[in-house]
Write a protein that binds this ligand. Sequence first.
Ligand code: GLY
Length: 394
Amino acid sequence: MPAEEGVIDGLTRTSYDAVVVGAGAIGLASAWRIARGGASVAVLERDVAGAGASGVAAGMLAPVTEADFGERALLRLNLAGAARWPAFARELEAATGATLGHRARGALVVAADRDDAGELRRLHALQRELGLDAGWLAPSECRRLEPALSPRVAGGILAPHEAQVDPRALVAALVAACRAAGVEVAERCEVAGVEVAGGAARGVRTAAAERVAAGCVVLAAGAWTSRLDGVPPGALPRVRPVKGQLIELRAPGGEPLASRLVRTPRCYVVDRGDGRVVVGATMEERGFDDAVTAGGVHRLLEAAWEVLPEVEELELGRARAGLRPGSPDNAPLVGEAGAERLVVASGHHRNGILLAPLTADAVAALAAGEPAPAEVAPFAPERFASRAPQEALA
Ligand code: GLY
């Protein structure tokens, strides 16, 4: 049957209750949650689902070991995000029959030498001051928990409740759950901009000049969010790409290297428990350059090897690079962006997978005209409204 005129490949109509721009973890989880309320939803993705940061992410659900100086509000958000994960994972697995690799085995942040130990002692003091569940371990205790650690490890921090999920399994499950809930997902469909009239979102326009009308538009385009036009001037600060390279390794016999997340000040190692090991990640301000470099791979391997020497026995898989979406203060942008029912869900930087369930609930509330959960409210884009013009889109 010929497609109705003006209908985009992958869609069945030209008008929806909600259109989500971007099929990463944030966009898909948001679409799934909006559809749960009975709304018609389309997701438009410039590439394929999970092609952006979500498909490259390591999947750490680690608010305690991501906590940094001067980021109390973000820590509260990240802890609230982590709290939603167990129920979200159960619900998504039940809806799809998929296994997400959600494991809560804790994280161990180890010092490779005395300099690292000094840095980690300061981090641990901050964690204690913030009331976080994190204990200092002597070198022997670190090695008792993770026998593959180098004898040179000089102590570390145990955060017993940190968890992990397999982001590619997550994206696949979200696509399946979306489709089962009636959400239509159009891939290789680049959105050029949003259409706003009378102070409210009306739909989107694609790069091929097709229009999709919508009562609500959700911008979840990750590092590409600022490339969308039509957002009211000054309503949204610039979202920049922050490059992260990571390496996939494989243990030949499937033997685990570590049962917990292992981190150092220079890298993290995520053992998926099935022979797959991920070492990440660089933090690079290089615009939209997503090339994997020899230097990036070298630094990550060296950093992992200095604390887990058995890394050198693992098979080298793919090295990849992704672009995290970073806002001017590196905290998420979740809220209306200068027009009714124009909802942004971007800028999640290092915590997109961690914050996907909470952000999705916030987006679904905002799409329904309700307030976002209290923890999310401080992260509305309007916090930049009174800042210098260079921090806002012209
Ligand atoms: N969440 C870790 C990273 O962004 O590399």
